[in-house]
Design a protein around this ligand. Structure first.
Ligand SMILES: NC(=O)c1ccc[n+]([C@@H]2O[C@H](COP(=O)([O-])OP(=O)(O)OC[C@H]3O[C@@H](n4cnc5c(N)ncnc54)[C@H](O)[C@@H]3O)[C@@H](O)[C@H]2O)c1
Ligand SMILES: [Zn+2]
Length: 373
């Protein structure tokens, strides 16, 4: 049985959480049995998990193909997508075949976009292997690549047929990748009550408090704790997506921390991880909310304290305020000349706001640099 189901009518799909690839057959029941499977993975994950996944699939008597793309956000572009198309063409991939995205958010976003567009859409299954990917990017169907220096500016909404999480893969993540991924987890914790207000049957897990109380277990990668956190995150994300699949409105709350976070990420040319940038973006959003007087400094410090205990940096002296502001202007979320912000009201509650004074934004970014100007 699925651990979580994303309910989207005919595009509904299961999320399985396991500690091995043993039960992968469950994910494959969502697709046609005649399909060939194309594993898309990156150069790091390939060495670690591609062989073991492929041998499980071959054991189930599938024909398995594989393409390895270079690891890293800087390769999340149309050139990499083109290489996947070319591979598909050379190997006569058909519409009933299936792409399996094995890797972090970068692989999931690229492979998902290739699946969405090749032959106007072929099946795909997400097999996420980073904290960001298991808790966030593999769920919800946002696929795409960066373009012209702007993050995720080209893409498609395209839901996977299934998500299969093998918790064991998380053990090999570097410490930086592991802890910084929890920024997206903290993001979900900070929107949880707003999500609960959308859907009556959604039971509040009190994720923020749970994280505060379980930091040691998180840092020790304790399996039951991780499994609970991942399931809760998939639930929170899926409830938002079920309500607003194509981001016509409320789904935008998932961008909490991303308006400034994405701009920092691009301005530093991807020196920091996505999670680290989201954490900085969330702190800046908290600062704006404090200045606007609807969030307290005390709550902001509580969030900073949690991020700090988890080992996520909460400032960065190399942030160039001018560059960040320039990147924000390029951001696709600029609509009608206004930047779109998601701001906290309480722990777990956010509101949307698109008229924040430029000076206030600047001051909030400056606080991240730690400069006393
Ligand atoms: N589609 C969405 O809804 C959504 C949501 C959040 C983030 N994202 C995107 O996700 C990306 C960030 O994801 P990410 O942090 O997973 O990045 P990533 O895919 O680049 O993975 C980070 C690094 O970890 C390596 N890695 C992956 N799994 C590993 C494992 N199990 N063991 C050892 N190393 C491993 C990768 O090779 C890479 O070097 C960004 O591009 C962001 O825009 C998308
Ligand atoms: Zn993100």
């Amino acid at each position: 049985m699925a651990d979580v189901t994303v309910n989207l009518g005919e595009r509904s799909y299961p999320i399985y959480i396991s500690d091995s690839f043993r039960d992968f057959g469950n994910a494959l029941t969502t697709i046609s049995f005649s399909s060939r499977l194309l594993i898309v993975t990156d150069s790091n994950v390939d060495k670690l998990y591609a062989d073991s996944l492929a041998s499980f699939l071959e054991h189930l008597e599938y024909e398995v193909l594989k393409i390895v793309i270079p690891a890293g956000e800087k390769n999340k572009n149309l050139e990499t997508v083109s290489r996947i198309y070319e591979f598909c063409r050379q190997n006569q991939i058909e519409r009933k075949d299936t792409i399996i995205a094995l890797g972090g958010g970068v692989v999931g976003d690229i492979a998902g976009f290739a699946a969405a567009t090749y032959l106007r859409g072929i099946n795909f299954i997400q097999v996420p292997t980073t904290i960001i990917a298991v808790c966030d990017s593999s769920v919800g169907g946002k696929t795409g690549v960066d373009f012209g220096g702007s993050k995720n500016i080209i893409g498609a909404f395209y839901q996977p047929k299934a998500v299969y999480i093998n918790l064991d893969t998380l053990k090999t993540l570097s410490q930086v990748q592991y802890v910084s991924g929890f920024a997206e987890v903290v993001k979900h914790a900070l929107i949880e009550k707003t999500v609960a207000d959308l859907q009556e049957e959604f039971e509040l897990a009190g994720l923020f408090e749970y994280l505060e109380e379980n930091t040691e277990k998180i840092l020790e990668k304790e399996i039951d704790c991780l499994s609970y956190i991942i399931k809760t995150n998939c639930l929170i994300k899926s409830k938002v997506v079920e309500f607003d699949e194509k981001e016509k409105g409320i789904r935008a709350i998932l961008n909490f921390g991303h308006t400034i976070g994405h701009a920092i990420e691009s301005s530093l040319e991807f020196r920091l991880t996505h999670g680290e940038c989201v954490a900085l973006g969330m702190i800046a959003a908290c600062s704006i909310a404090v200045k606007l007087d609807f969030f307290t400094e005390q709550r902001k410090q509580r969030i900073i304290a949690l991020l700090t205990v988890l080992g996520i940096p909460t400032n960065d002296s190399e942030i160039d305020i001018e560059k960040v502001q320039q990147e924000m202007k390029n951001d696709k979320k600029v609509s009608g000349g206004k930047l779109h912000f998601v701001l906290p009201k309480k722990i777990g509650e956010v509101i949307e706001c698109n008229h924040v004074d430029e000076g206030m934004i600047r001051e909030s970014i400056r606080e991240l640099v730690g400069a006393s100007l």
